[in-house]
Design a protein around this ligand. Sequence first.
Ligand code: PFF
Length: 476
Amino acid sequence: MATSNTNAAPRDNWGSKLGFVMAAAGSAVGLGNIWKFPYTAGENGGGAFIVIYLAFVIFIGFSVMLTEFAVGRKTGRSAVGAFKSTDGRWTFVGVIGVLSGLLIMGFYPVVGGWALAYVQKVSTGLLSNPEAIGDSFGGFITNPIQPLMWMGVYLLMNIIIVSRGISGGIEKAGKVLMPILFLILIIVSVKGLSLPGAMAGVEFLFSPDFSKVDSGVVLAALGQAFFSLSLGMGCMITYGSYLKKKENLVQTTGMVTAMDTGVAILAGIAMFPAMFALGMEPAAGPGLVFVVVPQLFAEMGGVGLIFALLFFVGLTVAALTSSVSLLEVVVSYLIDEKGMKRTTAVLSAAAVMAVLCIFASLSLGGVGPTLFDTGAFDIFDLLTDKIFLAVGGMLVCIFAGWRLSREELEKEITNDGEVKFPLFGLWYNLVKFVIPVAVAIVAFAGISSGFDSGKGPIMLMGIGIIALTGLLSKKL
Ligand code: PFF
């Protein structure tokens, strides 16, 4: 695969490579693909959003992921250390990554908890009353207590996995359950497509109407690309630091990007035709998968029950393989930079996350503080997905393009000239010039357009936090 090593058994090379690709894909494929992508596409007009999203994945996501892998493998350090060891003035970029990890974990476990709750709900008769499925979701997430309990259990699972160091059980569970989840998404798609009225959903997805595209839609597509590919917060830098010198970074990046995008598009095909057939609104919001999937399977009797169960177990595991990577970014910072023991680091990080999650979960029932009419759940989502990740990714590109030399990057990416990467020049220019400018324009326009809805000030606050972190970088 990566190189022809005459002494090593080629199967070993393949095995370890596949292991890495699966781990990185495990981080990338998660709630972002199956829960967030369909409803974000729905809220932003469908087809046109998807075209823009795909363009960002190909031209920006791929390049940023390759950059993160290269920086991680070159420095052999995790998020903060990778920057600090090169140039102390850049430490703040790693710290913003840690902050993003904390904030994403301020709402991700809430939704992870929903997935877990749905395993139980499906097994205890949710499907027997299909008409009530929609209301039951609304009632559940706005309940002040129930979702909190499930969030607690979900967060506990993360704590246990990350305290033991990533690997072992969760990776094995992922390897079995991810292909099953993929298969179930195909079954859901086929079932959805067979319903009368489903074609309207296919049209919504694949015939883009650019007349509805504004800068808010473009920023949403950019944010979704970064979120889904786990970019812009040092997660893939950390993963890259474990990569062996002989592995092919370009090919690995291609595989992870393709898998992640494939699952997102498949989730779209699984949801929209069914939604249109069931008469739901495309902008149905965060409840989409939790309503569409049970409704579809409810019609199928006993087999449907098994499929629905497998779907929510698979969704929980997909979420877990992503959230442990988020928690790990924060934990490795506390261990490496603050000298904490692993258990202390995990417990302190999780304690902060639990508090944020309580605010996020309660905000969905209208309880708790708001800022510009926006509750905690949406604030954490807005700050990270729309600002921190995109700006973080932009800063990683500026760091690679302007602080590292073209020669060292070329050596790292081509394994000292052993791997051919004919597009190196293109990649380098994208990273050095195009991506920083493109992200800046999209973020600026998106923030300006967000002022009508109260989202602008919150996103602007995100920029302020980044600037402040930069100013304080000496102390971090
Ligand atoms: N990519 C994950 C998902 O799609 O669910 C979420 C995520 C994980 C974002 C890790 C960022 C990250 F560093």
